[in-house]
Design a binder for this molecule. Structure first.
Ligand code: PGA
Length: 261
């Protein structure tokens, strides 16, 4: 099955409201032609919560989809510091990320919590971007495949096949993310994406083929095209390199120019 070509970035805890607005404007300007030439391309950005309202008002989401970096699974209640799906609905967002490695490993979220968030995303009509990835230690013990399979099986538990068009997966090996990350070898990334594809098939059969799987973790201008052309990688989820609109637009243009997808 032919899936779309995905490019996205999580802005993490960077960029204030004005910086987010000007970044999105510049990115839209620099990618407009690419979007028109590649109607099967999906571009998305996840700004900080405080920037989301302004971003949503000032961005044409037919060009750049916007999403939230996290979400509570409850609609309302005694959950100090959390943001509910109902609040995000007011902002006209398409996408909610669930289980980014920093949520799992800095803030201690569990697979079961990520599952509750994915179910809440489905209930409220968001696309849920479930992030998965093994730690360096898990890789060292040779259990990366088992970790990924568990994260997928628990993360998607209870999600009906009819809702799979609202599920995206991002594979981000924890040891490859951020300033101290080591980029995953392209062959390794492809191999793990194959495990993801097999696990999805096992759970849902052919219905799972609609679910895209993106690669993230130290994607840069040097490795982006080689990652992008891998058969089981549907797109790139880019951190640092994408936070400069010119560089991100250049990376996307390079990938699309390979013409191999
Ligand atoms: P990075 O971030 O590209 O800066 O490694 C990836 C991510 O956290 O999604």
């Amino acid at each position: 099955m032919k899936r779309k070509k995905y490019f996205g970035s999580n802005l993490k805890m960077y960029k204030n409201v004005a910086q987010t607005e000007s970044y999105l404007k510049e990115l839209a300007d620099r990618t407009r032609e690419l979007c028109m030439q590649n109607p099967d391309m999906e571009l998305f950005i996840l700004p900080s919560y405080t920037s989301l309202e302004t971003a949503s008002k000032s961005t044409d989401q037919s060009e750049i989809h916007l999403g939230a970096q996290n979400m509570c699974w409850e609609d309302e209640g005694q959950f100090t510091g959390e943001i509910s799906p109902v609040m995000l609905e007011e902002l006209d967002l398409h996408l909610v990320m669930v289980g980014h490695s920093e949520r799992r490993h800095v803030f201690g979220e569990s697979n079961i919590e990520e599952n509750k968030k994915m179910l809440a995303a489905m209930k409220h009509g968001f696309t849920g971007l479930l992030c998965i990835g093994e730690t360096k230690e898990e890789k060292g013990y040779g259990i990366a495949d088992e970790v990924l399979r568990t994260q997928i099986k628990v993360g998607l538990h209870g999600i009906a096949a009819e809702d799979l068009d609202k599920v995206w997966i991002a594979y981000e090996p924890v040891w490859a993310i951020g300033v101290n990350g080591i980029p995953a070898p392209v062959e390794y990334a492809q191999e793990k994406h194959h495990v993801i594809r097999e696990t999805l098939r096992e759970l849902y059969g052919e219905a799972a083929d609609v679910v895209p799987a993106l690669y993230g973790g130290s994607v840069n201008l040097e490795n982006a095209t080689r990652l992008f052309v891998q058969p089981d990688i549907d797109g790139l989820y880019v951190g640092r390199v994408a936070w400069d609109a010119k560089r991100f637009a250049g990376l996307i243009a390079d990938c699309l120019a390979t013409g191999e997808k």
